[in-house]
Ligand binder design. Sequence first.
Ligand code: THU
Length: 137
Amino acid sequence: MDRKQLVSEALAAREFAYTPYSGFAVGAALLTKDGKIYRGCNIESATYTPTNCAERTAFFKAVSEGERSFEAIAIVGGPAGKPPVDFCFPCGVCRQVMAEFCKEDFKIIIGKSEEEYEEYTLDDILPHMFSEKDLRK
Ligand code: THU
């Protein structure tokens, strides 16, 4: 996996963020196990609650195209119109969507730039997660 390239795809996805209310633009690039990349940006609404995060946009695009096996996601975010100034971690809802579709080896790459990024597992950022296996106990 080329982490730099995945961060660069997330930065490109961020360019399309629709954020007239928060002014906070996020981009995500989701890599499938067979090497395909799905990009996502956040999309806001005047009624706020329909807002979709960049990460879920990328997941829902991929899952709705039949993808089920994921290797990694890169995420970048910050005030719109400027390069990211800080690391942007996924919200709780997006973490739960990752828990639905990703295994222990899934990598979450949080970037500021192609040169500066950190890597986490889902267990790092969502410990004691509830998932489908809990329904089978
Ligand atoms: N947002 C994301 O797209 N991903 C995150 O990981 C955090 C938050 C979006 C939602 C909303 O459009 C804006 O950032 C401010 O919360």
